[in-house]
Design a protein around this ligand. Structure first.
Ligand code: UGY
Ligand code: MN
Length: 247
C-alpha cells in the first residue's frame, strides 16, 4: 500500500539499510524469466553479498550460468523444481538449495506466486580445504536449538558448519517478547528478510519497527539487536559470512 505524503520506513545508510515491501522496484536479471526480481542488498550499497527476492509467474524459469558466485536459495512460498548441476529436486515453502561457485542452477515449473530469497556472494576458497558441493534441504527437517539457552529465540542453521563454507544461512524464530540476548557487534555482515511477525530492530543508533516482508542489511560491526512484538511469533532468514580470517 503506498505511504501517504512520501513517508517510508526505508532507510539506506552507509552501514545498514532497511527496505520495506512498499519500496520494491524490479530489476531485469540475466537468466531469470517470467518473474520479478527485486535486489534488496548488493555491493552497490557497500555490501559483499547480494540478496534478491524472486517472484515467479506460472511458466517462469531461472537458468543461471556457472561463475565464481555461489547461490543459496530459500523458497518462501509456493513450489518449484530446482536443479543444481543437473540434479533436480522439487522444493516447496521452507525448501532450500545451495549452488557452489563453478556450478549452474535452474528453476522450472513454479506455482504462480512462488517466491524465493537468494543470497549470492563470491566464494573465498582456502588452500587445502575442499569447497562445498551442491546441497538441498528442508527447513522442517532441520533441528532448531534455543539461542544461548533461551527457548523464546529458536535458531536453525541451514548449511553445514564446516570450514569449506564461507557463508551461513540461518532461521531465527522468536516468541512474542523474545529478543537477542545482547547488542551484537561482530565482523560478520548480515543480509536478512523478515518472514513473519513483527518487532523492533536496533541497527547502530536507530530503532526500527519491522514486519514480514522487510529486508535489512547490516555491515560488519553494525551494532544489532531485535525484540519480537505483537501476538504471533516473528521469524527471519539471514545470511552471514563465516569461517575466514580477517586478513
Ligand atoms: O548469527 C548472528 O549473528 C545473529 N545472532 N544475528 C542476528 O540475529 N542479528
Ligand atoms: Mn548477528
Amino acid at each position: 500500500m503506498p505511504e501517504l505524503f512520501g513517508h517510508t520506513r526505508a532507510r539506506i545508510g552507509p552501514r545498514h539499510a532497511l527496505i520495506t515491501a512498499d519500496n520494491h522496484v524490479n530489476s531485469s536479471i540475466p537468466g531469470i524469466t517470467g518473474a520479478t526480481a527485486v535486489v534488496l542488498v548488493s555491493p552497490a550499497m557497500g555490501a559483499s553479498v547480494a540478496q534478491t527476492l524472486l517472484t515467479f509467474e506460472r511458466g517462469g524459469a531461472a537458468r543461471v550460468a556457472a561463475s565464481d558466485v555461489q547461490t543459496f536459495g530459500y523458497v518462501m512460498d509456493g513450489a518449484a523444481t530446482v536443479s543444481v548441476d543437473g540434479v533436480r529436486k522439487a522444493l516447496k515453502a521452507g525448501g532450500y538449495f545451495y549452488c557452489p561457485a563453478g556450478s549452474e542452477w535452474g528453476l522450472s515449473g513454479p506455482r504462480k506466486g512462488t517466491r524465493l530469497t537468494l543470497f549470492q556472494k563470491k566464494y573465498a576458497p582456502i588452500a587445502g580445504v575442499k569447497a562445498p558441493g551442491a546441497l538441498f534441504g528442508d527447513q522442517a527437517k532441520v533441528k532448531g536449538a534455543p539461542f544461548l539457552g533461551d527457548p523464546a529465540a529458536n535458531l536453525q542453521v541451514l548449511l553445514p558448519d564446516t570450514q569449506g563454507f564461507d557463508m551461513a544461512v540461518n532461521l531465527f524464530a522468536y516468541q512474542p517478547g523474545g529478543h537477542l540476548p545482547f547488542v551484537e557487534v561482530h565482523i560478520m555482515e548480515h543480509g536478512l528478510v523478515m518472514l513473519s511477525g513483527e518487532g523492533v530492530y536496533r541497527l547502530e543508533d536507530s530503532w526500527y519497527p519491522v514486519r514480514a516482508g522487510d529486508a535489512i542489511w547490516m555491515a560488519p560491526f553494525c551494532a544489532q539487536w531485535f525484540v519480537a512484538m505483537g501476538k504471533v511469533p516473528a521469524s527471519y532468514l539471514y545470511y552471514k559470512d563465516v569461517n575466514r580470517a580477517p586478513l
